[in-house]
Ligand binder design. Structure first.
Ligand SMILES: *[C@@H]1O[C@H](CO)[C@@H](O)[C@H](O)[C@H]1NC(C)=O
Ligand SMILES: *[C@@H]1O[C@H](CO)[C@@H](O)[C@H](O)[C@H]1NC(C)=O
Ligand SMILES: *[C@@H]1O[C@H](CO)[C@@H](O)[C@H](O)[C@H]1NC(C)=O
Ligand SMILES: *[C@@H]1O[C@H](CO)[C@@H](O)[C@H](O)[C@H]1NC(C)=O
Ligand SMILES: *[C@@H]1O[C@H](CO)[C@@H](O)[C@H](O)[C@H]1NC(C)=O
Ligand SMILES: *[C@@H]1O[C@H](CO)[C@@H](O)[C@H](O)[C@H]1NC(C)=O
Ligand SMILES: *[C@@H]1O[C@H](CO)[C@@H](O)[C@H](O)[C@H]1NC(C)=O
Ligand SMILES: *[C@@H]1O[C@H](CO)[C@@H](O)[C@H](O)[C@H]1NC(C)=O
Ligand SMILES: *[C@@H]1O[C@H](CO)[C@@H](O)[C@H](O)[C@H]1NC(C)=O
Length: 536
């Protein structure tokens, strides 16, 4: 890895004799080869709102109260590759580059997460991944191999290469360090990128990654089917999900040693679902025998022909987020659309047609080369790259166990080569956090640490951790301290405010622990203060 000194020397060499580039369409265009076209470049004074182009249907929320910056949008045509990206170039640049990610099947520039990155002073980039669509609509992929590959990995890499080129030209300066932060599909994008292009980023923060694309998407159809059709005796109506969540909380909350509405150790809980059974004396907020069978399926790994493990189950404690996958009248589009439009079975294919052949086809084809299953991360490690990975334990969209499984696969690949995983890759579970952000109102777990999408959950103007702008509480600052100073994070303190939209009163803080350590309360002092907890 380059030291700061050699990087600064490179900067000095570049500065002499460079041509000045300004925040202007034509000026910026001169920094580019012909495959890239600058659509617009607009300078925004401090405290501006960035007005999002109308076409961007996936990310319509405008970031507000921004730092003074040049806002740029670029379109790229490169063979069968066709994508765009946005870039914020701050006036008071911190010398570093940050790329942010996308979600689901979305195509669009994530200007809101870019705004959160701009708050640190990064030159920050988001790719549209090569198409325009909302998160849960994958029909753009039908008969569109180029778009699938762009979504799979090409657009992120190309946008990173070109975004860095533009940043370097604009400041007439080399970039000191490059980072990535994304969650869900964004987590997958970060992992896939470091596997295929280990030189792109010095540090990658990957949250709740949708990394196992060719199993996760079919499983999404499969798990939805457990609770369908909605007319069947085995259907659990979504109105009963809170009763299930409450019973899980009642039985499992204390398994970690503290009754605090946060289930920190679901695997330590010996859950007895029969306590939910309807009886003559208990005939509300209860489940029938066929419904209990459905519940059993939801909490079981998906295992198919010849006992083949296909995908891990949702964890207990995720019930408050079950509606999108289990509470609709059909499986979430993120499942069937993958089979219909990525595997090209067409719109005639219905979830009732699901069989193991879908998994076999997905394994054989892996559309877009999207699945981040090159578990040998040694090229990234050898160039000095660092990876921080996290996942909420209350995630109802991407099972927490898929991250545990990923960590295990990487361990099994690298430990035999005598690699100490913790030296470059650290994994943190977040008790009580849902998918990427937030916590159920019945849980109130500390969930905020400035991970991807989190600032946007608080408001359109937040960046970093209000009141706690340090590497102990902010995962991006923790990554920078690791890459730039060699200070590896053993814990990250997560925060829950009394009212998340008003960050004036902290309700709880607690350390997130590096896997496989678990949070342990000292038994003394304020249970809501981070100091009374340790990782063991
Ligand atoms: C920044 O803009 C907001 C409205 O978006 C306004 O309420 C606030 O007063 C402005 N702050 C400054 C320092 O101008
Ligand atoms: C998905 O997008 C296509 C193309 O824009 C549109 O025709 C279709 O109605 C959308 N489907 C859903 C389920 O939103
Ligand atoms: C353009 O396409 C080539 C060939 O596929 C690829 O190697 C290169 O990374 C692409 N560049 C960009 C900026 O997309
Ligand atoms: C439900 O239980 C209550 C007593 O808890 C009883 O009065 C009522 O008749 C029961 N209803 C049915 C439909 O079994
Ligand atoms: C299951 O195992 C049997 C016996 O080894 C084998 O013949 C068959 O091909 C396997 N099926 C699948 C789907 O892998
Ligand atoms: C069941 O699903 C159908 C669509 O398949 C829908 O029309 C109906 O309203 C649903 N019923 C309930 C009770 O949700
Ligand atoms: C897919 O990725 C693998 C590395 O995992 C690479 O060898 C292969 O060339 C890629 N295929 C395409 C079509 O990009
Ligand atoms: C690295 O350490 C120095 C000295 O403690 C500190 O000033 C700087 O902010 C640190 N950099 C990062 C990225 O944490
Ligand atoms: C949080 O504060 C906002 C703004 O004052 C208010 O609209 C919202 O109802 C509050 N939420 C809770 C849970 O108190």
């Amino acid at each position: 890895m380059k030291t700061t000194q050699t990087r600064l020397a490179a900067v000095a060499a570049l500065t002499s004799g460079a041509v000045a580039i300004t925040c202007d369409k034509d000026s910026l265009q001169s920094a580019f080869s012909s495959i890239a076209t600058v659509d617009f470049a607009t300078w925004m004074p401090a405290n501006s709102t960035f007005n999002i182009p109308k076409a961007d249907i996936a990310y319509p929320t405008a970031p507000t109260q921004l730092r003074a910056a040049c806002a740029v949008q670029v379109s790229v045509k490169n063979g069968t590759s066709n994508y765009g990206f946005g870039l914020f170039l701050p006036d008071d640049w911190n010398g570093r580059f940050l790329a942010v990610g996308n979600g689901g099947f979305a195509g669009g520039i994530n200007w809101l997460d870019m705004g959160a990155g701009l708050g640190y002073g990064f030159a920050v980039m988001s790719t549209d991944t090569g198409h325009n669509s909302v998160n849960n609509n994958g029909s753009w992929a039908y008969h569109n191999e180029g778009a699938i590959l762009d979504w799979g990995y090409r657009a992120m890499h190309g946008s990173t290469v070109l975004g860095k080129q533009l940043t370097t030209a604009y400041y007439s300066n080399d970039i000191l360090y490059s980072y990535y932060s994304g969650c869900s599909t964004g987590g997958r994008q970060g992992l896939r990128n470091l596997q295929l292009f280990p030189d792109d980023f010095d540090g990658v923060v990957a949250g709740a990654p949708a990394w196992w694309t060719n199993h996760l998407q079919p499983w999404t159809a499969k798990v939805g089917s457990y609770n369908l059709p909605n007319t069947s005796a085995h259907h659990i109506p979504p109105t009963l999900f809170p009763a299930i969540g409450a019973e899980v909380m009642r039985q499992c909350d204390g398994a970690d040693g503290v009754v605090d509405t946060i289930i920190s150790d679901p695997e330590a809980c010996d859950f007895n679902p029969d306590l939910l059974l309807c009886t003559p004396s208990k005939n509300t907020s209860c489940l029938t025998v066929p419904q209990l069978n459905t519940l059993h399926q939801i909490y079981s790994d998906y295992v198919d022909t010849n006992q083949t493990f296909v995908f891990p189950h949702l964890w207990m404690g995720s019930e408050a987020q079950w509606v999108p996958l289990l509470g609709l009248n059909a499986p979430n589009n993120l499942g069937p659309h993958y089979v219909q439009y990525f595997l090209q079975r067409g719109p005639e294919w219905q979830w009732q047609d699901f069989d193991y052949g879908v998994i076999q086809q997905a394994d054989a084809q892996d559309p877009g080369n999207a699945t981040a299953d090159d578990f040998d991360l040694s090229p990234f490690m050898e160039r000095g790259g660092k990876l921080l990975h996290y996942h909420g334990m209350g995630d109802g969209l991407i099972p927490t166990g898929s991250s545990v499984y990923l960590h295990s696969q990487i361990f099994r690949t690298l430990a035999p080569k005598d690699v100490d995983l913790d030296s470059f890759y650290r994994f943190f579970l977040v008790p009580g956090m849902q998918h990427c952000t937030n916590t159920a109102t019945t849980v109130n777990a500390p969930w905020y640490f400035a991970g991807a999408n989190q600032a946007a959950t608080l408001s359109s103007s937040v960046s970093g951790v209000p009141g706690f702008r340090d590497a102990k509480h902010d995962i991006l600052l923790a990554m920078m301290a690791w890459v730039e100073n060699g200070t590896a994070p053993a814990e990250i303190i997560a925060t829950k405010w009394v009212n998340d939209t008003l960050q004036d009163k902290v309700m709880r803080q607690r350390p997130l622990c590096m896997w496989p350590k678990k949070q342990k309360w000292s038994g003394q002092g304020d249970v809501n203060a981070a100091e009374t907890w340790s990782c063991e």
